[in-house]
Design a protein around this ligand. Structure first.
Ligand code: ADP
Length: 599
């Protein structure tokens, strides 16, 4: 356990301290200033009160007394003000860092291997990471408050130990023994608290779930139609009671130890003052020293106790923040190569490729063999669930095959540099997403100020996909924001319009391979045919893959691959397949012919 805690401390502080230092040196300056103020404050009393007493009992010079009292008060005041101001600055930094660490978490999520986005363990870890960096640990400030307080206390401790050693070293023995006992008691208190938290953790998760479900509109339909409001509220009450019970339990278990803890304080005070008193009575020390040492030993035990408490606090918070660090270091799901991708067109080959989705038992692709030649236009058809989209996801390396391999220009795609490989494809997936940014930003995927004159490309492409006129009709033209999440005057494009924008985005990427996964099922076969036909003109000269369970795309493609039950059952040109006796394609074509023959 101890070793584990050491490792976690090292890992968490080893991650956050350098990361915070890189982000803001100013923050550390403020932290160090506060550390010095906090470390120095106890010495104001330790120095001035005995000096005032000595003056009172000695010469009693009024001017000197006024000077001492005034300086002490001023210093106390200044330290209070400095502390307040520094705390305020630190607080604001805390919010800044909260956003900062959220941002790098988001960045990490976006870089995560896609298949991990469906991996329960990775998703759980992400949840833990988010919570671990928020109120559980208190974020960066939550981690660094005890860290810097600990340093302050170490400085204070070093100061008083020096003072005590030069005057009444025996006091250290008394104080040390008391702190040792008190530490044992605190560790017991902590253990009770942590065991309690484990129980509370579960209750909190249920609370979290209930809280979200109650306010999440997506549950709204079910809550109303199944009249589940009362059940939700009952559950809420039930868990509130459990929560209170658990809290009461923790408090009850802690009470005797808290009383003992207070007892040790009393014993310490009695022993220390008795010893110092005897020294003073027998003339071994002056009254001023008596006061100074009394004060110092109090500060000594306080600092030592604080150090222990702060260390325990650091361990507790590190255990939460560790979830964040673990997520940031989450192992990649896929090996990544380094081979550069050559310019121009490519040939792809699926060689005995089988695939099972992570966490599933069903093999959705079985021993697929398929070649996609340079510049070829391939139509991939088959019923829903045949494995067409999966084939494309493997080609784009969102997943790796479970068996077999995919080659590009004769080399396994795993060997290529991942980012370069991603540049080869411009897919429009069925469930493509546009962002709640401007149309221009959605097309160029750059910040508006970085686009500059390139916006001409965007306008031209909008024209090609038949969206120019529509976009120009908006008040803000190409700078119109999509959706209404942030902007009152954002627009809500229709499904077809969104698809055209997604296609424009794919064309602007200007990648050698364009993939169009079947346009929304809401489109009728004729509209779908129109999209494909139009698209075909737009991607002349590139490799193109069209996926559909309808045959709209087939007639103008070079090759057709017919998927069924996870395999390529037929492959050839339209002319070759359309009359094949008992052929799947021939049958599908006959069934759907009514849509295409006449036109
Ligand atoms: P198609 O594109 O031909 O309609 P898909 O490739 O989308 O077919 O799906 C093939 C099979 O894989 C289906 O049975 C589907 O339910 C399953 N499948 C798709 N995505 C996932 C996933 N992320 N996890 C598990 N199974 C999946």
């Amino acid at each position: 356990m101890k070793k584990h805690n050491d490792n976690v401390l090292r890992k968490v502080y080893g991650y956050f301290l350098p990361e915070a230092w890189k982000t803001s040196k100013g923050y550390f300056m403020v932290r160090i200033a506060k550390m010095l103020v906090v470390a120095g404050t106890p010495f104001i009393n330790i120095y001035f009160i005995p000096a005032i007493v000595a003056e009172l009992m000695g010469e009693g010079r009024i001017r000197r007394l006024i000077f001492l009292v005034a300086t002490m008060v001023l210093l106390e005041f200044a330290s209070g003000i400095a502390n307040g101001v520094l705390n305020n600055v630190i607080e604001r930094y805390g919010q800044y860092f909260e956003n900062h660490f959220k941002m790098i978490l988001s960045k990490r999520i976006m870089e995560l291997d896609f298949q991990l986005t469906e991996d329960k363990k990775a998703l759980d870890q992400l949840e833990l990471a988010k919570n671990g960096m928020s109120w559980y640990s208190g974020g960066l400030n939550g981690l660094l408050d005890p860290f810097f307080s600990l340093l302050s206390n170490v400085l204070t401790l070093a100061g008083v130990v020096t003072l005590i050693l030069t005057n009444t070293p025996m006091i250290l023995v008394i104080a040390g023994a008391i702190v040792a006992v008190s530490t044992l008691i605190s560790s017991r208190l902590n253990k009770i608290e942590q065991e309690g938290y484990k129980q509370l953790g579960k209750i909190n998760r249920v609370f979290g779930y209930l809280g979200w479900s109650l306010v999440d509109f997506r549950y709204g339909k079910d809550i109303r139609l199944y009249d589940s409001k009362d059940m939700m509220v009952e559950k809420w009450k039930f868990f509130t009671e459990a929560f209170n019970r658990e809290n009461r339990d923790i408090a009850n278990k802690q009470l005797p130890f808290l009383l003992l803890q207070n007892g040790t304080q009393v014993i310490h005070d009695v022993a220390a003052y008795l010893y110092l008193g005897l020294l003073a009575i027998f003339g071994k020390i002056s009254i001023a020293t008596y006061i100074q040492m009394g004060n110092s030993t109090g500060t000594f035990t306080n600092s030592l106790k604080n150090i222990v408490i702060l260390l325990q606090d650091m361990i507790k918070k590190s255990n939460y923040a560790n979830e964040y660090v673990t997520f940031m270091d989450y192992p990649a799901a896929m090996p990544k190569g380094t081979k550069p991708v050559k310019e121009g067109k490519h040939v792809f080959e699926f060689h005995k490729v089988s695939f099972t989705y992570p966490g599933s038992e069903v093999e959705v692709l079985k021993d697929v063999n398929l070649v996609i030649h340079e510049g070829e236009h391939l139509s991939v058809v088959g019923l829903n669930g045949a494995g067409k989209t999966t084939m494309v996801k493997l080609l784009c390396r969102l997943y790796d095959p479970t068996k077999g391999e995919i080659l590009m220009d004769g080399t396994n795609i795993k060997e290529y540099d991942y980012e370069e490989y991603m540049k080869v494809f411009a897919p429009v997936f069925q469930d493509f997403k546009l962002f709640a940014f401007t149309i221009l930003e959605n097309l160029m995927l750059k910040e508006a100020q970085d686009i500059g004159a390139e916006d001409a490309v965007a306008r031209k492409t909008l024209e090609k996909v038949g969206m120019r006129e529509k976009v120009d009709s908006f008040k803000n033209g190409i700078h119109t924001v999509l959706f209404k999440q942030f902007e009152e005057d954002g627009i809500e494009p229709s499904g077809g319009e969104q698809q055209k924008l997604a296609i424009a985005r794919a064309l602007i990427k200007d990648a050698p391979v364009v993939i169009l996964d079947e346009p929304t099922a809401a489109l009728d076969p004729i509209a779908e045919y129109e999209i494909y036909k139009h698209f075909e003109e737009l991607v002349k000269g590139k490799t193109a893959i069209y996926i559909s369970h309808r045959l709209s795309s087939c007639q103008f493609c070079d090759k057709i691959a017919v998927f069924s039950e996870g395999n390529v059952k037929e492959y050839g040109t339209h002319a070759e397949l359309v009359h094949k006796p008992d052929g799947i394609y021939a049958e599908m074509f006959a069934a759907q012919a009514q849509y295409y023959v006449e036109g």
